[in-house]
Design a protein around this ligand. Structure first.
Ligand SMILES: [Zn+2]
Length: 205
């Protein structure tokens, strides 16, 4: 059995060499000391809680609140009876990916090839004068996962991105712009579930 600390990937990649030989020894009462380098990444403090989870044949331990159930597979680790390409079969996602959907898009892009997912992104411009806020547009395709699943995950990310992007600027969308904005937003989403959510969200403007 291997034990490892689940670390932010970017931090881990850049620090891999430095951290590759970190070791801790079990002392009385099965205690170990978390290496300072690891502790510093998370800003761990006395009294923080550590969670242990089993992932395949690995035991992962991480600070409480560091991850959330993967919203794509809802923690089941699977989509279409295949490994979930969002959480990569882990069942949880770092909380930043759940909170900032652009990060989730980047996260998916990093291993899209491994999961036979085609990913493209561009920018949706709503009108020539730039009167309405643009937003990034994600396109996901796959011959491996069903269209239904891919569209749902795509909308999960896309809708989050639109909310993140437009949320702060919604006060500049006035009555004249609203129909244009609404049409683009609704047309942009693929599933009825998210079109419906978007309709409800627009009513809060
Ligand atoms: Zn997942």
């Amino acid at each position: 059995m291997k034990y490892y600390f689940q670390t932010p990937k970017t931090t881990w990649e850049t620090a891999k060499e430095k951290f590759s030989n970190l070791k801790a020894t079990i002392t009385g009462k099965r205690q170990i000391t978390i290496p300072k380098e690891i502790s510093d990444i998370y800003g761990l403090q006395n009294g923080d809680h550590i969670l242990f989870r089993q992932i395949g044949n690995h035991t992962v331990f991480e600070p409480e609140g560091y991850t959330k159930p993967c919203p794509a597979c809802e923690g089941t680790t699977q989509l279409d009876d295949k490994e979930c390409f969002v959480c990569r079969g882990v069942g949880t996602l770092q909380i930043d990916y759940v909170r900032v959907h652009l990060l989730m898009m980047g996260h998916i892009a990093m291993t899209a090839f491994n999961y036979k997912i085609y990913i493209e992104y561009g920018l949706q411009k709503l009108d020539e004068e730039g009167n309405t806020p643009p937003f990034p547009v994600l396109n996901l395709r796959s011959d491996f996962y069903s269209k239904e699943v891919v569209d749902r995950v795509r909308d999960l990310v896309q809708y989050g991105i639109i909310q993140d992007y437009v949320g702060d600027t919604k006060s500049i969308i006035n009555k004249e712009m609203m129909p244009i904005f609404k049409k683009h937003l609704i047309d942009n989403l693929r599933t009825n579930e998210y079109k419906q959510l978007a309709e409800e969200w627009l009513q809060t403007f």
